[in-house]
Design a binder for this molecule. Structure first.
Ligand SMILES: *Cc1c(COP(=O)(O)O)cnc(C)c1O
Length: 411
């Protein structure tokens, strides 16, 4: 089957008019791949290769331990955090890079719960990203609380004075549903309940304004839309007026007021530094900085606006050429993030057949095909080609080949 070329030409016109089209050249992208999975592992910024090489061959190999001061390794968690601040609408000193999303959720939940001994439950959404519920269950055990896993529509109804903390993922990893952060914060505040937001699927994708929206606590991911590389460290945010009273039970020397005084007793550092635990992973942290630096001269409103246009193109082409698939992501842009998900009972083999043809999205159990829209390096042309290839796979039933039904450890 030939590609319907009029589609492709229309898409190329959209690319020619795209204000962000110059950014794609800043990322490595194999020419035989259409990458629609930057919401799971962002593309590699070309600059990262040089920075990693310099960090290894000069800073580590030659400067050795002097690098902590001379190359300011010691200041990297705060410096890189400060660069995330404009992307989430926080103050520079309200965010720090550390550990993983999972560990940072644990720090915030436990720091909050230790001061809320009259409460009985941690409330979170059923069917959200599993690590959030798992960490909540672990934190609840420490304080002998229950975890209530509740459907999205019942969350506010379950929120009451017995709720120690509400933990929510801002953009749902599977459906792409986005919460209205300001209204949830306001509703929780009326009941006196702190809210921890997981921004993994929104940071670097949708404009955020944590201060305007009254957010006190948040975490987010470095390797998704921030393009920080595999296993990049995560970030943690606490609003300025909450920081001084927060005590994370994960007390480590890097979060001490004076790490190099080598004192026996722990005294938390002022501000966000108290959320550091151990020695930061410098190679990963400096790769993450490259990813974040790519946002320095662009406006997230532009990124989000291109994401919406890409979504519209994807949704309309899919409806036309692949009607067997059902869109499960909200069409109202204010209610979604930057990926589009479709359900189909054979999503797993279909996704494998797509990957074999160079179209990389992902499968989410049990029946979801998920496509990430990453405006920094995804073109309208890519969307059009991907849908055309998918239509062909469905029409020819190429996905029925037995090799596409084989299991894999990572999906
Ligand atoms: C990606 C993601 C995470 C990742 O957690 P890690 O600890 O970095 O593995 C956590 N929560 C959500 C909602 C995510 O999408």
């Amino acid at each position: 089957m030939n590609e319907p070329s009029f589609n492709l030409q229309q898409a190329q016109l959209l690319d020619a008019a795209d204000e962000l089209r110059h950014l794609r050249a800043r990322f490595e992208m194999p020419s035989d791949v259409i990458y629609l999975d930057g919401n799971s592992l962002g593309a590699m910024p070309k600059r990262a290769v040089g920075v990693l090489a310099d960090t290894a061959s000069r800073q580590w190999a030659s400067d050795l331990i002097r690098s902590w001061n001379d190359n300011d390794w010691i200041g990297a968690p705060q410096r890189v955090g400060g660069k995330i601040a404009p992307l989430i609408g926080s103050g520079t000193h309200e965010v720090i890079v550390a550990d993983s999303v999972s560990v940072n959720i644990f720090k915030l939940l436990t720091a909050i719960c230790r001061d809320r001994s009259d409460c009985t439950t941690i409330l979170t959404e059923a069917g959200s990203f599993p690590t959030d519920a798992h960490v909540a269950q672990g934190a609840a055990d420490v304080f002998e609380l229950n975890v209530e896993l509740v459907e999205r529509c019942d969350l506010l109804g379950q929120l009451n004075e017995k709720t120690a903390v509400l933990l929510l993922s801002h953009v749902h990893y599977k459906s792409g549903d986005r919460f209205d952060m300001a209204s949830i914060n306001a509703a929780a505040k009326r009941r006196g309940v702190p809210v921890v937001w997981d921004l993994s699927h929104s940071t670097g994708a949708v404009p955020l304004d944590l201060r305007r929206d009254g957010t006190d606590y948040a975490v987010g991911c470095g390797y998704k839309y921030l393009n920080g590389g595999p296993g990049a460290p995560a970030f943690v945010y606490v609003s300025g007026d909450r920081q001084q009273t927060m005590r994370s039970p994960l007390q480590g020397w890097m979060g001490h007021a004076a790490p190099f005084a080598f004192e026996d007793d722990y005294e938390p550092a002022p501000g966000m530094d108290r959320f550091l635990v151990g020695t930061p992973p410098i190679l990963s942290l400096l790769a993450l900085e490259c990813g974040i630096d790519e946002f320095a001269d662009i406006d997230l409103e532009q990124v989000w606006s291109k994401s919406q246009s890409m979504f519209d193109l994807l949704a309309s082409q899919m409806a036309k050429l692949c009607p067997q698939l059902t869109l499960i992501t909200p069409v109202d842009a204010s209610h979604r993030g930057s990926h589009a998900s479709f359900s189909h009972p054979n999503a797993w083999p279909i996704n494998n057949a797509l990957i074999a043809r160079g179209v990389i999205g992902d499968f989410r159990t049990p029946d979801v095909l998920r496509f990430g829209l990453t405006p920094l390096y995804t073109r309208f042309e890519d969307i059009t080609r991907a849908v055309n290839i998918l239509a062909e796979i469905l029409e020819t039933e190429e996905w029925c080949k037995p090799e596409y039904s084989q299991a894999a450890r990572v999906t």
